[in-house]
Design a protein around this ligand. Structure first.
Ligand SMILES: C[S@@+](CC[C@H](N)C(=O)[O-])C[C@H]1O[C@@H](n2cnc3c(N)ncnc32)[C@H](O)[C@@H]1O
Length: 185
């Protein structure tokens, strides 16, 4: 079982950088559907992903059709869109024989309407109030992906961490490093 985050024509490098970081931390494959609103080596994107680029399996696709052609019979695709009556947290993501693909829309216009209509039974909404138009793209990815991983038992992820192993402990003994690290997130 593998999880994929699929970004449809992402525009903002910092969002994709943050998402790449989340993918690195969760062993998730990142599929990017072109055109992108930035160069893949964009500084903002690299900065948001910090030192994790070599840990992310990124797959590029020329367009939506090219991406769809890569899907096989055991691949389960979901379109993450506010235009759905189905709640993303009420879906079972635990079939070990399946790979899960979560497709997110571009920051301005979301997913193409024709695509959403064609796969209307695959659309999932993240519940939200009417105070906002939608969630931020990278936050949406984190919410959906972590729900799938929670159901899957957080495979190959450290679910607890012993203070003794933490580099912060070492940093306490070397205040100059500790202060420098406080500036990072
Ligand atoms: C900034 S939003 C795009 C807004 C766009 N105007 C639209 O109507 O979809 C970027 C992406 O985040 C995800 N998203 C944001 N809020 C969501 C929600 N409440 N439910 C499901 N997906 C959401 C979707 O994948 C969306 O395409």
């Amino acid at each position: 079982m593998t999880n994929h985050v699929v970004l449809y024509e992402p525009l903002m490098p910092a969002n994709t950088g943050n998402i790449a970081r989340t993918c690195a931390g969760t062993n998730t494959i990142l599929d990017l559907i072109e055109p992108l609103g930035f160069q893949i080596d964009n500084k903002k994107m690299k900065r948001a992903g910090l030192d994790y680029w070599d840990k992310v399996d990124i797959r590029m696709h020329d367009d939506l059709d090219a991406f769809l052609k890569t899907l096989g019979p055991n691949d389960e695709m979901y379109l993450i869109s506010k235009f759905s009556s189905k709640n993303y947290a009420q879906v079972d993501y635990t079939d070990p024989n399946k790979d899960y693909y979560f497709v997110f829309g571009k920051e301005t216009t979301g997913l193409p309407e024709t695509f959403m209509r064609e796969y209307y039974d695959r659309n999932l909404r993240i519940p939200m109030s009417d105070n906002i138009r939608c969630y931020n793209l990278s936050n949406s990815v984190a919410m959906v992906l972590l729900e799938a991983l929670r159901q899957q038992g957080f495979p190959n992820m450290e679910t607890s961490h012993h203070y003794e192993n933490d580099k912060l402990k070492d940093n306490y003994n070397r205040p100059e490093r500790y202060e420098r690290n406080l500036g990072e997130n």
